[in-house]
Design a protein around this ligand. Sequence first.
Ligand code: COA
Length: 181
Amino acid sequence: MQKSKPISYSRTTITELMIPSYANFGGKIHGGILLSLMDKVAYACASKHAGAYVVTVSVDGVNFLQPIEVGELLSLHASVNYVGRSSMVIGIRVVSENVKTGEQKHTNTSYFTMVAKDDSGKPTEVPMLELEDQADVRRCLEAIKRKQLKEAYKDDFDNEKSSMHLEDNLHLLTNERVIIK
Ligand SMILES: CC(C)(COP(=O)(O)OP(=O)(O)OC[C@H]1O[C@@H](n2cnc3c(N)ncnc32)[C@H](O)[C@@H]1OP(=O)(O)O)[C@@H](O)C(=O)NCCC(=O)NCCS
């Protein structure tokens, strides 16, 4: 295994035409199709960096900000933002383009955590990441912050959940659009 690899080595773009079978009755592309394409580009990018097969472990920041229409060209740009021992955070920027007007829209940026596995299915070490410019350094630092905040949120939420008494929290439903039957 190589000791380290530059981010540029595994940077990957997939471009795909949005065809009618990807769309709902309103002509907008299904979220599941986008997730599948994001998983595909994350896999390609992560396995190239790892030099091994990988699995998807978690998906963060999936917010579809703008609808994507049939006939648009969708480009998914992926790069490794951070590596742990066996895990890699892949940042994916999704841009949709109207081929006639050339107008582009940024539909979402999401982060997939992928883990490299060895032939026996155990998590295996991946090469260190060579940060090549300031943008790489920024993305790596953001990934570290995101990881820290996610861990803190998980701990806080787990504590809240385990100490939550239904009776003490019923007031939270007062202004919600629910009916208790
Ligand atoms: C994720 C998985 C590899 C963890 O295996 P494990 O034996 O618990 O291994 P570890 O605890 O050593 O974790 C391995 C790495 O995954 C990371 N990881 C585990 N759970 C994670 C989570 N929820 N979010 C982010 N990273 C996670 C760990 O931090 C560790 O990273 P590191 O090696 O860079 O420090 C294992 O649970 C698995 O194979 N899950 C199924 C994945 C899959 O099939 N995906 C397809 C979905 S259909």
